[in-house]
Design a protein around this ligand. Structure first.
Ligand code: URA
Length: 214
């Protein structure tokens, strides 16, 4: 994993991630193929996002003898999906951490004020005592990521990681200036945004490609 110029940003450089990301970007990739690749990439991103989880010693019996093993200790996890494309990331992450809790936050941009308006939010009651991993495949302008993390902090979350498949330099700047304590983990930082807010070269509309809506 490579440290990017911004301090809290980690770009996963594993060859499997780079290969799968290229397949994901291609316009000829089918809906089924896109979903499968997002699931696989999400598992690999979750592997990086959980690298620093705490362990404690535990004594176990193998069929041969007693030994000291290790098990996870400390805070449990909550994955928080930013609707709707964030939902596509959950399956791969749950393959790795099946017991994680799930929160969902839905936001849309008010065309007049350009502010992020919440239309749905459901978080586990004990979210303040969990490590949170907020997920959205695309960190584009960064506005919805900032708005979602504002809400997580209001709910008491102290330890937050943001996981995405693609980011832009402006999205990273926006998120790190608003929330310098939040770690960002991504597969790649692309060139930037076009006039319609799409990431270039990007992969198109992640929600439409995941759900086959276009
Ligand atoms: N959201 C997407 O789905 N794609 C982009 O390129 C930017 C935001």
């Amino acid at each position: 994993m490579g440290h990017s110029s911004a301090q809290n940003v980690f770009v996963v450089k594993h060859p499997l991630v780079r290969h799968k990301l290229t397949r994901l970007r291609e316009k000829t990739t089918s809906t089924a193929g896109f979903r499968r690749l997002v699931r696989e990439l999400s598992l690999l991103l979750a592997y990086e996002a959980t690298r620093d989880l705490k362990l404690e010693p535990v004594t176990i019996e193998t069929p041969l003898e007693t030994m000291e093993g290790e098990q996870l200790s400390g805070k449990k996890l909550c994955f928080v999906s930013i609707l709707r494309a964030g939902n596509g990331i959950l399956d791969g992450m749950l393959d790795l951490v099946p017991s994680a809790r799930i929160g969902q936050i839905g936001l849309f941009r008010d065309p007049e004020t350009l502010e992020a308006v919440e239309y749905y939010m459901k978080l586990p009651e004990d979210i303040a005592s969990r490590e949170c991993i907020a997920v959205d495949p695309m960190l584009a302008t960064g506005h919805s990521a900032v708005a979602a993390i504002d809400r997580l902090k209001k709910a008491g979350c102290e330890n937050i990681t943001f996981v995405c498949i693609l980011a832009t330099p402006e999205g990273v700047d926006c998120l790190t200036s608003a929330h310098p304590d939040v770690r960002i983990i991504t597969c790649h930082i692309d060139t930037g945004l076009d006039d319609h807010g799409y990431i270039r070269p990007g992969l198109g509309d992640a929600g439409d490609r995941l759900f086959g809506t276009k």
